[in-house]
Design a protein around this ligand. Structure first.
Ligand SMILES: NC(=O)c1ccc[n+]([C@@H]2O[C@H](COP(=O)([O-])OP(=O)(O)OC[C@H]3O[C@@H](n4cnc5c(N)ncnc54)[C@H](O)[C@@H]3O)[C@@H](O)[C@H]2O)c1
Length: 330
């Protein structure tokens, strides 16, 4: 149901999670405003019709520019921000200073704009990441709680750690309410870049009949993109005044099991898809009962169903000659 009292700004709206958030908001009758550096709509066009995309407000801007962010918040009388704009692990590793400008300064700009419009902006939901946690061996054998200590091994994880601390300070000093969500690895249509996009690319490769190697092995926690988008929206609807943080849990499995499930849905994958490489250096066995306690029952698409839905969309795009496979080379 549309809530006319809410005016959403989605930063990074042209990215994978952003596209799914926009799809969910538009389909429930909302008119979000999109903010992104990217003026194309490649991922959005995989999920929405052209006339739907054409009717959505778009601000092209750089999240690392306060003026760009504040212009969008001011001009569109934004009340809720879902902040997703960011650079992923490999891009932050390749250029840590640029990574900090986008991932840290960008987040500060969102909060500074909210501070400037404190009577207008009521909630910020931002993407943190399980990359704040270190390798599993830091945490022993038990599932780890959302407030477990952080030992990030990447610049990306360190920026997210810094963002979580800044969100807390903005609440303490300025009363700005926020919810940080820490997905582990998102999969689905539109997930075409970043270290953990391998499982999504593997589905696409199986659909087009190409060989593909997922570049890591071991344990993962995979979240279906549509579920993650719905959790971000649900968090934005939460009226609690606080700086909250949650670690949603998806399907926690070994990559070998993922390959078996993929082959069950797409038998051709058995011959085409494999996995090689080291394990991901991020704790995966996370347990956060507060999320369901505070937000209620959340969507939890099974891995098999998530793969099936993703493959079905890729099949349709293939039939329509709209399936871009350039990410399989990357
Ligand atoms: N995908 C995952 O598995 C995952 C897991 C945990 C956290 N996250 C976080 O969720 C957020 C969204 O992830 P995603 O998978 O949709 O990423 P994505 O790479 O698909 O999309 C990121 C979007 O941000 C935009 N962007 C980049 N630099 C920008 C700038 N300077 N100004 C404005 N826009 C800019 C890009 O154009 C892109 O549309 C990110 O903050 C990411 O760190 C993602």
């Amino acid at each position: 149901m549309a809530d006319i009292a809410k005016r959403y700004l989605i930063t990074g709206a042209k990215g994978c999670i952003g596209a799914w958030v926009v799809k969910n908001l538009v389909e429930s009758g909302n008119s979000p405003v999109l903010f992104d550096l990217d003026d194309k709509s490649s991922r959005l066009s995989l999920l929405l019709k052209q006339d739907q995309i054409g009717s959505i407000g778009f601000v092209q801007g750089d999240i690392s520019s306060f003026e760009d962010v504040d212009r969008a918040v001011t001009q569109h009388k934004i009340t809720h921000v879902i902040h997703l704009a960011g650079l992923q692990v490999p891009f932050c590793a390749a250029d840590p200073v640029r990574g900090a400008r986008v991932n840290v300064i960008g987040m500060l700009n969102v909060f500074e704009s909210a501070k400037r419009h404190r009577d207008q902006v009521r909630k910020i939901v931002y993407a943190s990441s399980c990359a704040v946690f270190g390798p599993p061996e830091h945490y022993g054998k038990k599932a780890i709680s959302a407030d477990a200590p952080h030992y990030p091994l990447t610049h990306y994880g360190a920026y997210k750690d810094c963002n979580e601390a800044n969100a807390r300070v903005y609440f303490l000093n300025d009363g700005i309410s926020s919810v940080g969500l820490r997905p582990w690895a998102v999969y689905g249509v539109g997930r075409d870049q970043g270290k953990s996009s391998g499982p999504s690319k593997a589905i696409k490769a199986a659909v087009v009949g190409r060989k593909f190697t997922i570049p890591f092995t071991g344990w993962v926690d995979l979240h279906y993109a549509d579920d993650v988008a719905k959790i971000f929206i649900r968090a934005a609807e939460n009226g609690v005044d606080a700086a909250l943080l949650y670690s949603p849990r998806g399907s926690v499995i070994q990559v070998d099991e993922y390959l078996k499930t993929l082959s069950k849905v797409l038998p051709a994958a058995g011959e085409l898809i494999d996995a090689r490489g080291g394990t991901q250096q991020v704790a995966y066995d996370i347990d956060d009962p507060n999320l369901v306690r505070d937000l209620g029952p959340l969507p939890q698409t099974s891995l098999e169903e998530g793969i099936r839905q993703t493959a079905e969309i890729f099949e349709i795009l293939k039939r329509e000659n709209r399936l871009d496979v350039s990410d399989l080379e990357a």
